[in-house]
Design a protein around this ligand. Structure first.
Ligand SMILES: Cc1ncc(COP(=O)(O)O)c(C=O)c1O
Length: 402
C-alpha cells in the first residue's frame, strides 16, 4: 500500500472528541468525575465516527498553502472552483450532480439538520425517522419540540435491514407528518439503499407532500465494488428533497466543519440564507476543495484497508463469538453487532465495555430505538489496535457469561 494506514497518530491533548470528549458524549458525565479501571490513554477507542488515520497530505498541504496567505479574515465560498470540484466528484462517483445555485454550505450536517427541522416544520407537525437511528435525527426534532415518529427497520436476523414500507407509508400519510430525515447510506445498519428502495421512499413522501432531508454523509465510504446512489438521482422532480453531503467522514476532516447542503427550492434556500450566519472557515474551504479535487488513489486504498478490517472483525466474531450476529456493512466504517446472546441482562453496554474491556464504543441505547443488545464498533483504526479491541470485547463477553 502506498499510504500507511498502520501508522499511529497521537491525538491526546488536541481537544479531540475521541480522546477527551467521551465522558460527556457517551456517559453524560459533563463534570468529568466518572472513573474507570483504565487510564484514558489505555482505552481502545471504537466509538465516535471519525478515523484514527492521518488526514491525507494533499489536504494538509492545501491548508498550509492557504495559511501561507497569512490573513484569515471573513471568508465564504465565492470561487466557482469549489463547485467545480464538488460537481466533478459527484459526477465521477455517482453519475449525478446538483445545480450550482442549489448548493449552500453548512458548518456540519448536524447543524443543518437542526436548522432544517426548524425551517421546514411548524410547531404541531411531526418528523419521521427510521430506527435504529443516528441520535441527532431524534435530537433535531426534539430541540424544536416537534413530535418524533419512528418507523422500525426490519432486521432479517443476520443484520440486513430493510424498510417496512407499510408502516413507513402509514406514518408518512399522517397529515401532521411534514418531514422525513433519511439516512443514505444508513448509520448504524450500514445499508446502501437500492434504487427501488429510494424510489419507493421518494414516491411515498411525494404522494403525501413530505419533505425529505437525505443525509448522505457516509456516501463515499462504501465497500469496494459497491455503489452509492444519491436519492436526488432517483427522485428527480421533487424540490422538497434536500441532500446533505460532506468530505468530513471520507477524508477525516470532521473537525473542519464544512459540508454541502443542496436545496433545490428557491424559497427554502432563501429561508436558509435569511436564517443562518453565512460565512465559512477559510481553512475548511481549502480542505474541502482539495478533498474533492483529489487525484490520488488514497480513497481506494483506504477502502481496501477498511474492507480488510471488516473481514478481520467478521472472522474474529465467527471464531470467538459465534452467537453474536454481525454482517459486514455495505457502507460506513461502523460495525453493528448484536451481542444480546452474551449479555441478556445488561442494558448500559457502553459502560459495561468501558469498565470490563477498556473499550469505548457506542451501544444500542444511543440509537433511539429498535437497537437493544447492539454495539456499534468503529473499525477505522490500525489493524493491530482493532485486533486488541476485538480481543478485549470477546474476553469481556465470554468472562461475563461464566
Ligand atoms: C448520519 C450522520 N449524519 C451526520 C453526522 C455528523 O455530521 P457533521 O459532523 O457534519 O455535523 C454523522 C456522524 O457520525 C452521521 O453518522
Amino acid at each position: 500500500m502506498k499510504y500507511n494506514f498502520d501508522e499511529k497518530i497521537d491525538r491526546q491533548h488536541t481537544n479531540c472528541m475521541s480522546t477527551d470528549g467521551f465522558r460527556a458524549y457517551i456517559f453524560h458525565d459533563t463534570e468529568g468525575t466518572m472513573t474507570f479501571p483504565y487510564k484514558d490513554e489505555e482505552f481502545i477507542r471504537m466509538w465516535i465516527a471519525d478515523m484514527e488515520f492521518a488526514t491525507p497530505d494533499f489536504i494538509l498541504n492545501a491548508i498550509r498553502t492557504r495559511l501561507d496567505r497569512r490573513i484569515l479574515g471573513y471568508t465564504k465560498v465565492f470561487d466557482p472552483a469549489y463547485y467545480e470540484a464538488f460537481k466533478n466528484w459527484t459526477d465521477k462517483k455517482y453519475g449525478w450532480h446538483c445545480e450550482k445555485e442549489h448548493l449552500v454550505s453548512s458548518p456540519g450536517i448536524v447543524p443543518a439538520l437542526y436548522w432544517l427541522v426548524g425551517f421546514l416544520t411548524k410547531c404541531d407537525e411531526k418528523v419521521l425517522i427510521m430506527t435504529p437511528s443516528y441520535k441527532h435525527f431524534m435530537g433535531a426534532p426534539m430541540w424544536h419540540n416537534r413530535e418524533l415518529l419512528c418507523t422500525d427497520l426490519v432486521n432479517d436476523g443476520t443484520g440486513y435491514y430493510t424498510i417496512d414500507f407499510d408502516d413507513f407509508e402509514r406514518k408518512a400519510a399522517d397529515p401532521k407528518t411534514t418531514l422525513c430525515l433519511f439516512c443514505n447510506p444508513h448509520n448504524p445498519s450500514g445499508r446502501i439503499w437500492t434504487e427501488e428502495e429510494l424510489k419507493r421512499v421518494g414516491d411515498i413522501c411525494k404522494k403525501h407532500g413530505v419533505y425529505i432531508v437525505s443525509d448522505e454523509i457516509h456516501c463515499d465510504l462504501i465497500r469496494t465494488g459497491l455503489q452509492h446512489i444519491p436519492m436526488a438521482k432517483v427522485v428527480t422532480d421533487y424540490d422538497k428533497l434536500i441532500t446533505c453531503m460532506a468530505p468530513s467522514k471520507t477524508f477525516n476532516i470532521a473537525g473542519m466543519m464544512f459540508s454541502n447542503v443542496i436545496i433545490p427550492n428557491d424559497k427554502t434556500r432563501e429561508l436558509w440564507y435569511s436564517k443562518r450566519y453565512m460565512n465559512d472557515n477559510p481553512l475548511s474551504i481549502a480542505a474541502a476543495q482539495a478533498a474533492y479535487a483529489m487525484e490520488e488513489d488514497w480513497l481506494d486504498q483506504l477502502k481496501l484497508y477498511l474492507d480488510g478490517n471488516f473481514k478481520f472483525v467478521y472472522d474474529y466474531i465467527a471464531a470467538r463469538l459465534p452467537e453474536a450476529k454481525f454482517r459486514i456493512p455495505e457502507a460506513t466504517y461502523l460495525g453493528w453487532v448484536d451481542v444480546s446472546a452474551y449479555l441478556p441482562r445488561v442494558d448500559a453496554l457502553p459502560k459495561f465495555f468501558a469498565e470490563n474491556a477498556g473499550v469505548l464504543l457506542e451501544g444500542g441505547n444511543m440509537f433511539v430505538q429498535n437497537s437493544n443488545g447492539f454495539i456499534r464498533l468503529n473499525v477505522a483504526c490500525q489493524r493491530d489496535v482493532l485486533a486488541d479491541g476485538m480481543k478485549r470485547i470477546a474476553d469481556a463477553l465470554l468472562h461475563n457469561r461464566k
